[in-house]
Design a protein around this ligand. Structure first.
Ligand code: 5GP
Length: 221
């Protein structure tokens, strides 16, 4: 067993509609036993095949607004005319126990999380933007979903172009290629972040810095 422990990573993933960010987060959390996907709340109606509690917590606007007033959300924002938010309890307890949490949220929500002063959140945070290689690919992917009306596609395209302007606010960017390439890069980022020394703690709760504190690490040196 590793002599080092760490606090979990809070990983924000944003990108325009069609960037595949939800699929990417789902794929990593399904294949990595240290990761969990934070299921958001939304006031939008479920799409075909979506399951309450798995894809989203589907709430009425009144319920959502009451929760927002009670301070239950880590962040929330209006996106495409609907409210979306991440529940604090779906994130904070997990990070404390060393789980990595993947949050698929829009650029407004990401900006709000970056402003949170709580050191536990600031130390845990990484942010990744998924870019599409060009406008043509964006239109292709947005139209390809097939579940939206032409008006919704037009709104999503407008929002997607707006959203793309924020990629430099993020610490990492992945230019989307095949799903396999995207997942490989995403996993590489998360794996590298797990090894950052500022996240690591020794058995006694202090940062592992010297052989004196952790003779077992340096036994063969
Ligand atoms: P969709 O309706 O297509 O599932 O999601 C629309 C947008 O809402 C996406 O950009 C997605 O990242 C964003 N979104 C999903 N959950 C949340 C959330 O909890 N907070 C915020 N701010 N955005 C979210």
């Amino acid at each position: 067993m590793s002599p080092l422990h760490r606090r979990g990573i809070l990983c924000i993933v944003s990108g325009p509609s069609g960037s595949g960010k939800t699929t990417l987060c789902r794929a990593l959390s399904a294949s990595d036993d240290q990761c969990d996907y934070a299921v958001s709340c939304t006031t939008r109606a479920p799409r075909g095949g979506e399951v309450d509690g798995r894809d989203y917590h589907f709430l009425s606007r009144a319920d959502f607004e009451a929760r927002a007033l009670r301070g239950e959300f880590l962040e929330w924002a209006e996106v495409h005319g609907n409210l979306y938010g991440t529940l604090k309890r779906s994130v904070l307890d997990l990070i404390e126990t060393g789980r990595d949490v993947l949050m698929d949220i829009d650029v407004q929500g990401a900006a709000l999380v970056r402003q949170i002063a709580d050191p536990a959140i600031r130390d845990s945070l990484i942010d990744i933007f998924i870019l599409l290689p060009g406008r043509d690919e964006m239109i292709k992917r947005l139209s390809g979903r097939g579940t939206e009306t032409p008006e919704q596609v037009a709104l999503r395209l407008h929002n997607a172009l707006e959203e793309m302007r924020h990629w430099r606010d993020y610490g990492y960017a992945i230019v989307s290629g095949s799903p396999e390439q995207d997942l490989r890069r995403f996993r590489a980022i998360v794996e590298a972040e797990r090894c950052r020394t500022h996240r690591l703690r020794g058995e006694d709760g202090h940062a592992a810095a010297t052989g004196e504190e952790h003779p077992d690490l340096f036994a063969d040196a």
